[in-house]
Ligand binder design. Sequence first.
Ligand code: HEC
Length: 301
Amino acid sequence: MAQNESTAKRQSSISSKFNQSLLTLFLVLVLALIPIMYYLTKTQVLSQANKELTLLVDMVKSVRNVVREDTRPHFTPKGEFFPIVVSSTVMAKTVASKFARIRPEYYIKIFSDNPLNADDYPDSLETELLGRFRQNKRLKTIVETGTIRGQNYLLSSAPATVKKGCLLCHGDPARAPLAISKKYGTESGYGWTVGNVIGGIAVGVPLDNINAIAVKRTLFALLALAVVFGVLYIYINTIVRRSIITPITEIAEKAQKISHGDLGDAIVTDRDDEIGELANSFEMMRRSFISLVRRIKANNT
Ligand code: HEC
């Protein structure tokens, strides 16, 4: 019984050393996994959103260029001020509102804090962007993440600077095209000054919830890691038991017999590693004991 107990203790101490190292390695990997997964997810989500964003921004630019290059030069010389064909802003706003019907998850807004259309007042994030554009006139675009009405976006924004041509509709309300003062009144959206940043455009693509994706991926990676380590645990423990603990226990039992004077049991091994060496040393010791005992007996008779 006592022998069994000590065997169990030996067995547990060798494998527990292996298991401890395995567990430490597992924990280190788990700890490293969390920031790595978060970083990878964030980079991937942002670069995906960035691709979409540049596409959308360029599309909006192209829409505005249609007015600047194609319709406006055709209509203004004739004195026609139908807004959608002379104002790239009105064209962009109209396209954006139609686009929003098909793809409501994207965000396109042209805003001003002195707008013709009351819908175009900036929200809090846009007010902050407007402030930054006004403070630094050389700032041409800001790309960063932001939250609008509870949704996370990757936003690209640019300032709208008043040029001479704008004053036709946004200058003196008394001289603005009748269609405009009739539709929007004469209170707001006029009196702009050339060179001022009067508003801006914000284009946003929805950002998936980085944290939620990162958590999901981390859990998945943890599961995979746990499976790998589980298999490794079983494999290593089997190997350790089979090739180290069991043979050492056998040698120890035989050595114990020798110490009790039972010299008849040979210690045989076919291994040529350290355990084989240990077994052979015990076997040599056993044989030396036998010849020693014989010599002593011979001397005594
Ligand atoms: C032909 C008239 C016309 C001209 C010229 C014009 N706009 Fe406008 N603009 C409008 C109208 C009409 C709206 C309102 C559209 C709507 O209902 O949303 C508007 C809206 C805007 C808005 C959104 C805020 C608001 O007032 O509702 C901005 C910003 C803007 N224009 C900037 C400009 C700039 C900058 C220029 C010159 C480069 C310019 N506009 C030239 C007619 C014009």
